[in-house]
Design a protein around this ligand. Structure first.
Ligand code: SF4
Length: 101
């Protein structure tokens, strides 16, 4: 049986984790979001597609400079691009839907 609370372990305890309770990845094996180097990220991104807390997830990962895994539907490389845009664009938010491939 899958432990539905496993995704919460990805988020530090000191953070507000309420948004995770609405996450599409609740009940999904967290390993899916940390594929081996060069392995497909498609399955994880499919889970993220349509997740109602995608923006919160992406903000969390970017704010903590998460180096590994899929967060907010984006890989580490994709998050670096969003981070660069945000740093250059100042407070103007970048929507996940326009940054995802
Ligand atoms: S965007 Fe993906 S990883 Fe983030 S909470 Fe939603 S389903 Fe989970």
């Amino acid at each position: 049986m899958t432990d539905i609370w496993k995704p919460i372990s990805r988020v530090a305890e000191e953070e507000n984790r309420d948004w995770l309770l609405r996450a599409n990845c609740m009940g999904v094996d967290p390993e899916l979001f940390f594929p081996e180097r060069g392995a497909s990220t498609r399955e994880a991104k499919e889970v993220c597609r349509g997740c109602v807390v995608r923006d919160e997830c992406l903000d969390y990962a970017i704010s903590r400079n998460e180096k590994f895994g899929i967060w907010g539907g984006l890989s580490e490389r994709e998050r670096r691009k969003v981070r660069r845009v945000r740093l250059g664009a100042g407070p103007v938010p970048v929507r996940v839907s326009s940054a995802a491939s």
